[in-house]
Ligand binder design. Sequence first.
Ligand code: Z5A
Length: 235
Amino acid sequence: MGCLMNAVSGVRGRFITLEGIEGAGKTTQLAVVAEVLQAAGITVVTTREPGGTPVAERIRALLLDPNHRGMAATSELLLMFAARAEHLVQRIIPALSAGHWVVCDRFTDATYAYQGGGRGLDQRQIAQLEALVQAGLHPDLTLLLDLPAAEGIARARGRRGEAASPDRFEAETLAFFERVRAAYLGRAAQAPARIRVIPAAAPLAAVSAAVAAAVRDHLGHTGSGVDAAADHPGP
Ligand code: Z5A
């Protein structure tokens, strides 16, 4: 724990996360964020949660496996944070400490939205795990891609194809994703300086333009930050 605190205090790069219900366009927009930052001369590490390291990707496979549909919600919560602990120590903190910017597809806001809003777990328990695992490290900027749950589900279904079987989260109900969306919007209302809500039901070009503008705005506020080292693509 002491080691993590020391590592966090040495962090120099910036941490940007993308959030939203399934099909919101996070994976698509991650590339836009990376492109804007790279054009500003910043070294970018892209990654995702759950996942981003070999151990965390193994945990991801457990979490998404539709054969584990009966997994207890508390087990799911602990696995999310186990994957996150590994991801932070092995990948995110070293990258930030090297002065790189990390752009991550989902982070702890997803835990509040899915395990808190979706599964109904106590937000205070999530906050305790967040404090333990993150030791005060939080995203500097979060882009919340917001769209009606039914639309996100339809997009995700279209992308994977009607014939393919859904993973453990994709198999959830519309009501589940509506609770997740509401929890995300609730968090955005509580942290408006960090979480920028981007309307994501708009055509792709409009969403990409809004995402690029939000990142440029953030760059303007940070006055950042040129690092000409090599690029490090994520998984
Ligand atoms: N989870 C959790 O419960 N707790 C946690 O703490 C964390 C995660 C970290 C895996 O996440 C699951 O883990 C996730 C929550 C849970 N499950 N769910 N649901 P994931 O991020 O890997 O899986 P996902 O949310 O299902 O991602 P996704 O379906 O890939 O969605 P996306 O990345 O947001 O969307 P996309 O792939 O960029 O776009 C989807 C399709 O829509 C694709 O065909 C695009 O071309 C299309 N698209 C994108 N934008 C547009 C616009 N603007 N118009 C039209 N079409 C568009």
